[in-house]
Design a binder for this molecule. Structure first.
Ligand code: NAI
Ligand code: MG
Length: 496
């Protein structure tokens, strides 16, 4: 399907035609250097638009704006119910314009419109509303101290200026996961969206201004990780870095932040195991597990990329997975029939193809896919790919691919599969398929992962905490746990 048969909404066309500067102090400003960078449409490989390519000077302006707004108290000292109302109004505005928001992300990074329109954008709206409610509920405690005659209590204060650095896989949702809790607690933010998908963050900032967010509370600097991103992490006035992205970059950010003890939270990569037991409902397990890997082209930190199947049902499950993968509709992201779009960029396309080549070389057997999908269009389309005969030590069983490639392996007993599942540097999520309640609880207890789904995969909720064990990171976004990431506890002693 060509771009001409997929019509862009007039609001999108108008937005694309704008000059995309940074968003600082409620104004759109070009880079100080005048530099711009291309933003590519992954479905066509064509340049969609250009955006400002930020550097240290732009970052400095944005951080100063955020610091001014924080210190002047226009946000932190605003009555919390007013902060909550603004967050709620922003959610309402996104809801009114949900088709625009959904189309923009699909265009920019390739997720199927069905997913952005009915999945991730509604989740982003819900998340803002959930966090709006927390603005009035960030409470301290009174502590019964034994040290003498004192009244002791705690207050939770906003940590200050937050640098939010986000990836390209869910552009609007990732922005809102960071903004929601940071803003609810009274922090101000400089957001650095990924260079592959900067548009929805820029649009969101304009919408926030429209509903009345004060200047400097939400700032957006676009640019490359090594330039704008690195400058932001190194800026002395950034109190906290909230990062989602690769484990490798996460480690380098921690090192930089360590010098000034800036707070960090890390939502990083994964190689999540998904275990299908012999007593599972096979039909549900197969479709759930295929969604678990192929949703968003496999570009999900929690993708269930290692599937362990009980040997008794292995052949049957593999056959069903083959059929599923071969019939999944890969196509233009803006086509409502599409179930899987292109991967985000040429770099990502090459990376995924490389892993497929390595899998062949190491002796895995290809069950479905395994190549480019040029019939879907000129973009970065890859076939849904299933490998069987995968050994635990093979590269595709260990490294995060972040694409539509899954490794399927048989197992014989529960203790064996637990130990194999846990043999990973990562620990973000895990899936379990069983009709036996004892097996369900046993596996949920023993798997080393921040989230365990039983008879489900890829379910998320604003109220449920999200984050990793091990090298998948630390800190929990979403739920009340997220408030901890953006607040400091102050303990006060009153001598009586
Ligand atoms: P990345 O980690 O390089 O990029 C994520 C964000 O960090 C982007 O906004 C980027 O501009 C920024 N960044 C990059 N280098 C930086 C630096 N030195 N200082 C500050 N910010 C920096 O991820 P990339 O290159 O887009 O993808 C590479 C691989 O990372 C993927 O194939 C996947 O395996 C993994 N990844 C995992 C994600 C997750 O959600 N856990 C999201 C994106 C990528
Ligand atoms: Mg793009």
């Amino acid at each position: 399907m060509s771009e001409t048969t997929v019509s862009l909404m007039p609001e999108i066309q108008e937005f694309l035609a704008q000059t995309h500067g940074h968003f600082i102090d409620n104004a759109v400003v070009p880079s100080r250097s005048g530099a711009v960078m291309d933003d590519v449409n992954p479905a066509t490989r064509e340049v969609l638009t250009t955006v400002a390519r930020g550097g240290a000077e732009d970052v400095d302006l944005a951080v100063k704006a955020a610091k001014r707004a924080f210190e002047a108290g226009a946000w932190a000292n605003m009555p919390p119910n007013q902060r909550g109302i603004l967050l709620w109004r922003l959610a309402d505005l996104i809801e009114q314009r949900i088709d625009i928001a959904a189309q923009l992300d699909s265009l920019d990074m390739g997720m199927p419109i069905r997913q952005s329109r009915y999945g991730t954008t509604p989740m982003a709206i819900d998340h803002l509303r959930y966090m709006a409610g927390w603005a009035t509920k960030v409470e301290g405690r009174t502590i019964p101290v034994s040290a003498g005659s004192f009244f002791n209590y705690t207050v939770r204060e906003p940590v200050g200026v937050v640098a939010a650095i986000i990836p390209w896989n869910f552009p609007l949702l990732m922005a809102i996961w960071k903004l929601g809790a940071a803003l609810a607690t009274g922090c101000t933010v400089v957001l650095k969206p990924a260079e592959q998908s900067p548009l929805s963050a820029l649009m969101l900032a304009q919408w926030a201004r429209e509903v009345g967010f004060p200047a400097g509370v939400i700032n957006v600097v676009t640019g490359y990780g090594s330039e704008a991103g690195a400058a932001l992490v190194a800026h002395p006035d950034v109190d906290k870095v909230a990062f989602t992205g690769s484990t490798e970059v996460g480690k380098s950010i921690m090192k930089t932040a360590a010098d000034r003890m800036a707070r960090v939270s890390m939502e990083l990569g994964g190689k999540s195991p998904n275990i299908i037991c012999a007593d599972a409902n096979i039909k549900r397990a197969v479709s759930g597990s295929m969604l678990g890997i192929f949703m968003n082209q496999g570009e999900v930190c929690s993708a269930g990329s290692r599937i362990y199947v009980a040997r008794a049902i292995y052949d049957q499950v593999l056959e069903a997975m083959e059929t599923y993968a071969k019939t999944l509709r890969v196509g233009h992201p803006l086509d409502h029939r599409t179930q899987m779009g292109p991967v985000v960029s040429d770099e990502q396309y090459q990376r995924v193809m490389h892993y497929i080549e390595v899998a062949h070389r190491e002796g895995a057997s290809l069950i479905a896919g395994g190549g480019a999908m040029s019939e879907a269009g000129p973009g970065y389309f890859i076939q849904p790919t299933v490998f069987a005969g995968v050994e635990d030590q093979m590269t595709i069983a260990q490294e995060e691919i972040f694409g539509p490639v899954v490794a399927v392996m048989p197992f014989d007993d529960l203790d064996e599969v637990v130990s194999r599942a846990n043999q990973s540097i990562y620990g973000l999520a895990a899936g379990v398929w069983t009709e036996n309640v004892r097996t369900a609880h046993y596996l949920a207890q023993r798997l080393k992962a921040g989230t365990v789904w039983v008879n489900a995969y890829h379910v998320y909720d604003a109220a449920a905490p999200w984050g990793g064990f091990k090298q998948s990171g630390f800190g929990r976004e979403m739920g009340s746990y997220a408030l901890d990431l953006y607040t400091e506890v102050k303990d006060v002693w009153i001598g009586l």
